[in-house]
Write a protein that binds this ligand. Structure first.
Ligand code: ZN
Length: 417
């Protein structure tokens, strides 16, 4: 059995970059001709379309947030003038805002790579529990499932009782939807007198649109025997990244350029640092360059044992508003939660202050067990903190158990701006 969806997934980094740069430069040239909006953005920034040749050149362009896209579309409905009017659009999606997006082509392998990486293929009967109504999710996930050869049950957002019935009657093997909806389907099955693990054949689940919390994942995998995978995308740009069997970061889709930028400047951060995920989808229909997702992540460039050569993003660490910058590096509450999980749910709090012109990062930690505070514990804690947050801890403060109240923030920023 093939381990990869296609040969693009095993391109060398040089090959991938060369091809993506070529597509990008073609997209910008075409967009300048076909889209009045892109032309005006480039002209306003005094950029000759011929000079956007590589992904590094993208930094010359502004990042477009969802809010900005909504404004632009309100001024110029329906697509803000970002579309290629020479290509007929077969479908229009909406998302809250409202934002209108032209459907990209059916030839696009949207989500197929993600399903393939999750081991879904011919022989699978997949329940697609994403809405088919107005939004892009239902139909685009449907099309990806078809591309890997699965049989799709388009159950959409039918009640959990109907979903249980379908899973049972149709011998469904895979679920596509949100994790919270799968949880309610599982509890409904219990209420209906079924034993989910024994009575059903559902063994794989692909999630999007919501975070998959570690406890939830453990429960799906250990209690119900469901192998879980995460997928990440946005209606404006399609699929962005997907998890492979290694479950250590999400591979960036071959048709997208992902930049990790400092939201204040729009410039790329150093490799491995936390920043906003900014996406450019390479296509010839919708010329939305540098879409700012508002989500935070960092890039992992190490080789992945699964054989895919693309870089990965390290999950979503939160929204840009939640993060705090320390010595130029972001730390997000979700990163601290990851550290807590590694240390037995250790109660902690990060405190950022400033002495002179220097930021000081203090970690306040409750001494809930005797080894906490020993030199060996401290070394290990600092090492793991640095691995997850990139930033170095300046001070560690040990508190008695129960001092940090549950309602307190995980990161307290005491600096005066
Ligand atoms: Zn992998």
């Amino acid at each position: 059995m093939n381990r990869l969806f296609d040969k693009k997934e095993s391109w060398t980094n040089e090959e991938r970059k060369t091809r993506q740069d070529e597509s990008l430069s073609g997209m910008v040239k075409l967009g300048y001709e076909k889209s009045a909006r892109l032309k005006s953005i480039l002209d306003k920034n005094k950029i000759n379309p011929q000079n956007i040749k590589t992904r590094e050149d993208l930094e010359k362009l502004p990042v477009t947030s969802r809010e900005k896209l909504v404004d632009m579309e309100m001024q110029e409905p329906p697509y803000a003038g970002l579309e290629n009017q020479a290509i007929p659009i077969d479908r229009i999606f909406t998302s809250p805002g409202p934002v209108y997006e032209p459907h990209l082509s059916e030839d696009d392998n949207l989500w197929a790579r993600a399903f393939f990486a999750a081991g879904i293929g011919a022989g699978d009967i997949a329940l697609n529990a994403f809405s088919y109504h107005l939004v892009a999710a239902g139909l685009t996930f449907h099309s990806g499932l078809q591309k890997v050869g699965a049989t799709v049950v388009p159950s959409g957002t039918s009640s959990s009782q109907i979903q249980v019935q379908l899973i049972k009657d149709l011998k469904v093997t895979a679920y596509v939807g949100t994790p919270s909806f799968l949880s309610s389907i599982i509890s409904k099955a219990g209420e209906m007198g079924f034993d989910f693990k024994k009575d059903f054949r559902l063994k794989k689940a692909c999630f999007a649109a919501e975070p998959l919390l570690p406890d939830m994942r453990r429960s799906f995998e250990n209690e119900y025997g469901i192998d879980t995978y995460q997928m990440y995308g946005a209606t404006e740009v399609g699929d962005v990244a997907y998890e492979c069997s290694q479950k250590n970061g999400w591979h960036i889709c071959e048709e997208t350029i992902v930049e990790i930028v400092d939201p204040a400047t729009g410039k790329n951060v150093a490799p491995g640092e936390l920043g906003e995920i900014v996406v450019t989808r390479l296509n010839e229909i919708f010329f939305l360059l540098r879409f700012g997702t508002g989500d935070l992540s960092r890039i992992i460039t190490d080789a992945c044992p699964c054989g895919r050569t693309s870089s990965r993003i390290a999950g979503i660490s939160g929204r840009i508003g939640d993060a705090v910058k320390v010595r130029g590096l972001f730390i997000a509450p979700s990163q601290l939660k990851m550290i807590q999980a590694k240390f037995n749910n250790l109660p902690l709090q990060a405190n950022v202050s400033r002495i002179g012109h220097e930021d000081v990062l203090k970690l306040r930690v409750e001494k809930i067990s005797p080894e906490i505070g020993s030199p060996a514990w401290e070394d290990n804690f600092k090492k793991i903190f640095r691995e997850i947050c990139t930033v170095k801890i300046d001070q560690l403060e040990y508190l008695s158990a129960g001092v940090i109240k549950p309602e307190e923030k995980l990161i307290v920023d005491q600096r005066q701006w």
